[in-house]
Design a protein around this ligand. Structure first.
Ligand SMILES: [Zn+2]
Length: 195
């Protein structure tokens, strides 16, 4: 059977639980059902839909330190949905590079706000220039992510169910099945940056 996504009282995703645990939380009065799944539980006394998304009734303060998304090559690709931030095309990880928006030689930082996913041809074309100098446009302003869409993958669920996507802030045009797993990469592995 399925799993349920548990949200904080503030609607931030917290974790994924088994449907049994979801029912337990529900009967303990700790959560409310936000979305139901299509699956039903039948007992002698009642039939009910298995919850797909639950929300805690009491806010749980988060350990912010633990929550911070690791600054790594893979996580930058995940944040950018494996799309080159210049030509907007999606590529396999092996064909992607990291680009410093403002090149290091021009004072650019190694940070979430200054590193984006770029395909090899775009990175080459841009070279050691800023987007303006290279006459290239960024898809958007790069940001530090608060939450990665495929964190659900690292929790052992291979594809996030549709009913979770709104809460996980997934790009709705794309299934998460092609996204890389988190956790396998080493932190700060930014070595093959080409600028
Ligand atoms: Zn490109």
């Amino acid at each position: 059977m399925s799993h349920a996504l548990v949200l904080n009282a503030s609607f931030e995703p917290l974790h994924i639980v088994t449907w049994q645990r979801a029912m337990q939380l529900l009967f303990q009065g700790k959560v409310e059902v936000v979305e139901e799944s299509d699956q039903e539980i039948r007992t002698v006394r009642f039939t009910m839909k298995v919850p797909a998304v639950l929300r805690l009734l009491t806010y749980v303060p988060l350990n912010r330190k633990k929550e911070i998304v690791r600054f790594s090559r893979t996580n930058i690709f995940v944040r950018d949905n494996q799309k080159c931030q210049y030509c907007s095309h999606k590529f396999p990880k092996t064909q992607l590079t990291l680009d410093h928006v403002i090149p290091v030689v021009q004072g650019g930082a190694k940070s979430w706000e200054n590193i984006v996913t770029a395909c090899k041809p775009c990175n080459q074309r841009k070279g050691g220039r800023t987007p303006a100098q290279a006459n290239m446009t960024l898809r958007g302003k790069p940001k530090r992510p608060a939450w990665l869409p495929s964190s659900s993958l690292s929790l052992g669920v291979s594809v996030a169910p549709d009913r979770w996507k709104l809460y996980l802030k997934l790009d709705r045009g794309n299934s998460s099945k092609n996204e890389p797993e988190l956790g396998a990469d080493s932190a700060f592995d930014l070595a093959d940056d080409s600028d």
